[in-house]
Design a protein around this ligand. Structure first.
Ligand code: SF4
Length: 253
């Protein structure tokens, strides 16, 4: 599980750390666990929430990261070295985003799994026509993010995200632990209660890699075709799918 400890900068394209024979829990059991934990862990430090997740789910747990910054990956690397970190490599990321991913691979004790869509961008252009993102972003997000995430999460009972309540009104009620009935898995949001100031303080305290695009006027970072700069005072996620009535990629609904 410590592929990256070699410092060779290898990007692991698929294998989870360990898991084949770890026990699986039933959805009812996962739901009960999540509800109890949501109450118990609300208001607790992010480290404690992270530790609960890795203690509870072991190898059946992963962190997901968009590599906008590496705060959550870093948090888990301290609490549970070698933990799996799933990155959805859509093929349409900014080079700055891939640079954060590569820095995490090189410098943190985590097992980065770069998950690719079934189709390359070229194959998708061939099957669905070019620039699907400009015509039907929901379909493009399904092919390049939602399906790959489902595939990646198949072997886990629980996953962590970096969702925060103050990122956008649609995220204001994010619980620290929730049961996702559709996936039948436990979603852990250890920094749900953090403000942007908390994130900034963590980044400077631990010198965590951050996407250089934040310094260039981007408030929230996704694939390059669907991300624009935001203006001062604007909702940070206003720069995502700005040409559509769309604010979420479907990963968090
Ligand atoms: Fe496609 Fe845009 Fe979604 Fe990326 S964010 S998968 S380019 S629609």
């Amino acid at each position: 599980s410590l592929l990256n400890a070699s410092g060779l900068g290898l990007v692991n394209l698929g294998a989870p750390a360990v898991s084949a024979d770890s026990e699986r829990r039933k959805p009812e059991e996962l739901k009960a666990l999540a509800l109890a934990a949501a109450e118990m862990l609300e208001g607790r430090p992010a480290e404690e929430i992270a530790k609960w997740a890795t203690d509870t789910f072991g190898a059946r747990f992963c962190v997901t990261s968009s590599m906008a910054d590496a705060v959550v990956a870093h948090l888990f690397s301290r609490v549970s070295p070698g933990v799996d970190v799933v990155f959805l490599d859509t093929g349409l990321h900014f080079p700055e985003t891939l640079k954060v991913r590569d820095t995490v691979v090189r410098t943190m004790n985590v097992n980065v799994r770069s998950i690719r869509p079934r189709l390359t961008v070229g194959q998708q252009d061939g099957e669905y026509g070019p620039r699907l993102f400009a015509r039907s972003p929901d379909e493009c997000c399904f092919l390049r993010k939602v399906e790959p995430l489902e595939r990646a999460l198949a072997e886990y009972d629980s996953w962590a995200t970096g969702l925060r309540r103050d990122e956008s009104p649609t995220r204001a009620n994010t619980p620290v632990v929730a049961f996702d009935a559709k996936k039948g898995k436990v979603k852990v949001n250890p920094i749900a209660a953090w403000t942007q100031a908390d994130v900034d303080a963590y980044i400077s305290r631990w010198n965590v890699p951050v996407n250089e695009l934040f310094k260039k006027g981007y408030g929230s970072i996704g694939c390059w075709p669907c991300t624009r700069r935001t203006k001062a005072g604007e909702d940070p996620r206003a720069g995502r799918w700005a040409m559509f009535e769309k604010t979420e990629c479907g990963l968090h609904v």
